[in-house]
Design a protein around this ligand. Structure first.
Ligand SMILES: C[S@@+](CC[C@H](N)C(=O)[O-])C[C@H]1O[C@@H](n2cnc3c(N)ncnc32)[C@H](O)[C@@H]1O
Length: 390
């Protein structure tokens, strides 16, 4: 998966020229993301970032680090939204972390109007370029973590095995070997500590890079928040009976494939993420969970209804905005994990409606029921929210 996505020449995200990686994201590409659906997504995130600026007492500089920015559309919409706040803009340092030169070039094209303002927008290839405790502000990502390569673990005759891949006689061939990687062994043990038992024949996609990444982020953030948006679940849901074949999928021409060995380097590969593991890794590194919600609740909390009111029901804009919210689609599949460090737990606008309850992220067998994360009572969903809820 690492090679299929990130081989310097043939990797899905690294291709240049006619096959340019950036063309693969969007309506005409292989898959689209929330920022392709409507600019309101970035606009509302901008609103949340403005409140974060306030929570941090208007620091100079206010640093926003966006990781895995794709074509740069989200950054563009956020910068557009923040440009209404002259004080914030004068203190803002927007750092894009992108490992793919092809994607970086696309971002530079999208953000060229902003890049002319000295120091406002800068790029780094990896988080290693950012010193420890150097950021006061926010880390942000949309669909980054699902693009990290995963390990596949399968239970065979009661024993956990890792699936590996070799290339033989012109074909990719899967092999199995007993689990030897200590980090994978620890992950499976942790699942069992949470009361999650992988059953015979079950496949689990395990994202170790997500844990390393979370710890790196925690080390760089001195004071502020981390906002991770992606499709994923709590460990209990991700490794439960409904997903016993794992969640590794390919995307090409807006079609889904369950075969990772076809069109290698030409199809995106992705797996759903384990938000419980992210929360735990973050906690171990000093990031406290501020809240965990889904995209529908997050955008509703940030005032998406006022944005909808500007459009005629049935218009293209209206339909696109509703698409971000649909409970059977983006609204509920996408989750938002927010963590904080160096500040007391903030009351964030985006977390006003809470469909989940704190213990869902770090469940214990004895405390499996879902309950509220904080003492705040949940706000009632608005009429639109209620009409979208099943
Ligand atoms: C699925 S795309 C998401 C694009 C964008 N955030 C959006 O919402 O449209 C994943 C992006 O993460 C980048 N990426 C993957 N691993 C990365 C890493 N370790 N550091 C920085 N960027 C990474 C990929 O090159 C790609 O731009």
């Amino acid at each position: 998966m690492e090679l299929a996505l990130y081989h310097p020449t043939y990797g899905y995200y690294m291709r240049t020229g006619q096959d340019d990686s950036a063309r693969r994201i969007g309506w005409d590409g292989d898959f689209y993301t929330s920022s392709d659906v409507h600019a309101v997504f970035g606009r509302l995130l901008g609103r949340q970032l403005q409140q974060i600026d306030q929570v941090l007492a208007y620091p100079t500089p206010l640093t926003i680090v966006e990781m895995g920015p794709g074509k740069g559309t989200l950054a563009q919409d956020i910068l557009q939204s923040l440009s209404a706040d002259a004080s914030l803009l004068s203190r803002l340092r927007y750092v894009l972390v992108e490992r793919s030169p092809a994607m970086q070039a696309a971002q530079q094209r999208t953000l060229s109007p902003w890049a002319q303002q000295a120091g406002l927008v800068t790029w780094v290839e990896s988080l290693e370029a950012l010193p420890a405790d150097s950021v006061v502000g926010a880390f942000l990502s949309n669909e980054l973590v699902d693009a990290f390569p995963v390990h596949r673990v399968r239970i065979m005759e009661g024993v956990a095995h890792e699936l590996t891949v070799t290339y033989r006689e012109g074909r990719f061939v899967e092999q199995t070997q007993p689990l030897r990687n200590p980090a994978l062994q620890a992950y499976v043990r942790r699942l069992s500590d949470l009361g999650i038992t992988l059953t015979e024949g079950q496949t689990a996609d395990i994202n170790l890079q997500a844990l390393t990444w979370m710890k790196q982020v925690a080390g760089i953030l001195a004071k502020g928040l981390v906002c991770t948006i992606d499709y994923g679940h709590t460990a209990q849901d991700l490794f439960g009976p409904e997903r016993r074949n794992g969640t590794l999928l390919g995307y090409r021409h807006q079609m889904l494939s369950e075969d990772p060995y076809q069109a290698v380097g030409l199809q995106d590969l992705t797996a759903h993420i384990d938000f419980s593991a992210l929360a735990t890794a973050g906690e171990e590194a000093g990031l406290a969970v501020t809240g965990f919600t889904n995209q529908m609740s997050f955008l509703m909390s940030l005032g998406i209804e006022q944005e909808l009111e500007r459009w005629e029901p049935g218009s293209r804009e209206y339909q696109a905005i509703v698409q971000l919210l649909r409970p059977e689609g983006m609204g509920r599949t996408f989750k938002i994990l927010i963590q904080h460090k160096g500040i007391p737990a903030p009351t964030l606008e985006g977390l006003r409606f809470k469909p989940f309850f704190g213990s869902a992220l770090t469940p214990t067998p004895a405390r499996g029921t879902r309950q509220e994360a904080s003492g705040r009572p949940p706000s009632s969903p608005s009429p639109l929210a209620s009409s979208l809820l099943p």
